[in-house]
Design a protein around this ligand. Structure first.
Ligand code: PLP
Length: 305
C-alpha cells in the first residue's frame, strides 16, 4: 500500500488522499513532460534519515530548474503525516537488527499547464525486499555509455545533470537493458571514459593496502564535476569513514580503477550499500574481502543519521 499526502495550503499537516483514486491533473507538467523533481529517503523506526540533506538537495534541484518549492517546514509536516498514517495502516516487520524501514518519496512538479502552481506530495510505502537481497548477495553490473562527456555539465547547465529530476526514463531504460543482458545494475561511463554513477545510485570503490604492518584503507567516489548527482548516502558514509580512519578520495575515475579495486559498491538511500560482484563479467576483488569491507562500511553507515 501507499499513503499519499499532498502539500496543500488549506491543510496544515498535508492532505491525505486515497492512492487508488486519481489525484493529479492529466495536464500536470510532471506527467506530460517529466518537468519536476523528487527525492527518495528512508525512514528507520519512524525517523527520516538524512532529512536535511534530502531537503537541501531538493531545494538545489528546484533552483537549477527555476521551480518554486514549498517551504521545508511544510514538507516536514507532510512527511510526518505520511509516515504515521502508513505505519498505523501497515505496520512493517522488523529486520534482523530489529529496525523497521519505510520508503518516503518527495515529489514536486511544475504543476498543470497554464497554471504554474507546483504540485507537491509525499508518498510513503514499503521498502522492496529485493533491495535487502541485493545487499546480501551483491550485484552483477554492466558498464554502459551515458552518451555525454564528463565536462558537459558546466557547459550545458540546461541538461540539469546534478539535479534529481523526474526525467528518469533513460535511467530505467538502462536498467532494463542490463536485466535483458544478464546484469542486475549499471555503472554509466561518460563519452570520454570517466566513471559516473548508477541509474539510481552513486559508485564507491575501496583500496586496502599494507604499509609496514599498518593497514591503509581508502574510499574513492567519482568527482561531482562529472555532472553526477551528489549522493547523500555517499556523503554520510564518507563522513563516518573519515572518523573511523579511512582515507577519502574523489575521481576522476576510469573503468580500470573499478577493475583494480578491492571492492566496488553501488550506494543509495534506500538500497544502502550493495557490493558489486562482477563488472562486465569480471570479478571485483575477492568474495571474502568484499564481504568484510561491506560489513565494516555497512556498520558505519548504520550509525549515520
Ligand atoms: C542518479 C543517482 N545517483 C545517485 C543516487 C544516490 O543518492 P542518495 O544516496 O542521496 O540516495 C541516486 C539516488 O536515487 C540517483 O538516482
Amino acid at each position: 500500500m501507499t499513503v499519499l499526502v499532498f502539500l496543500d495550503p488549506a491543510f496544515f499537516d498535508g492532505r491525505i488522499v486515497d492512492a487508488h483514486v486519481p489525484a493529479i491533473m492529466a495536464t500536470d507538467q510532471g506527467v506530460t513532460r517529466g518537468d519536476g523533481i523528487f527525492e527518495s529517503l528512508l525512514a528507520v523506526n519512524g525517523v527520516p534519515r538524512k532529512l536535511q540533506a534530502h531537503l537541501d538537495r531538493l531545494a538545489g534541484s528546484a533552483r537549477s530548474m527555476q521551480l518554486t518549492l514549498p517551504d521545508a517546514d511544510i514538507w516536514k509536516r507532510a512527511i510526518a503525516t505520511a509516515l504515521t498514517t502508513f505505519v498505523a495502516a501497515s505496520p512493517q516487520a522488523p529486520d534482523e537488527h530489529g529496525n523497521t524501514s519505510v520508503l518516503i518519496k518527495l515529489i514536486c512538479t511544475r504543476g498543470p499547464e497554464g497554471e504554474e502552481t507546483p504540485t507537491a506530495w509525499v508518498a510513503a510505502s514499503a521498502v522492496s525486499p529485493v533491495l535487502a537481497a541485493q545487499r546480501e548477495k551483491g550485484l552483477d553490473v554492466l558498464l554502459l555509455d551515458r552518451g555525454y562527456e564528463s565536462t558537459i555539465s558546466s557547459r550545458a547547465p540546461w541538461l540539469l545533470l546534478g539535479a534529481k529530476t523526474l526525467s528518469y526514463a533513460v535511467n530505467m531504460a538502462a536498467l532494463r537493458h542490463a536485466h535483458a543482458n544478464g546484469g542486475d545494475d549499471v555503472i554509466f561511463i561518460s563519452g570520454d571514459g570517466q566513471v559516473l554513477e548508477g541509474p539510481t545510485s552513486s559508485v564507491l570503490l575501496a583500496h586496502v593496502s599494507n604499509d609496514g604492518g599498518k593497514t591503509l584503507k581508502r574510499l574513492i567516489t567519482p568527482s561531482l564535476d562529472n555532472g553526477i548527482l551528489p549522493g547523500t548516502t555517499q556523503g554520510a558514509l564518507f563522513a563516518a569513514a573519515k572518523d573511523a580512519g579511512w582515507e577519502l578520495g574523489y575521481g576522476p575515475l576510469e573503468p580500470r580503477d573499478l577493475f583494480d579495486a578491492d571492492a566496488v559498491w553501488l550506494i543509495s538511500s534506500i538500497r544502502l550499500l550493495a557490493p558489486v560482484n562482477t563488472i562486465d563479467g569480471v570479478e571485483i576483488g575477492t568474495a571474502d574481502v568484499r564481504a568484510a569491507l561491506t560489513s565494516e562500511l555497512s556498520a558505519l553507515l548504520a550509525q549515520t543519521h
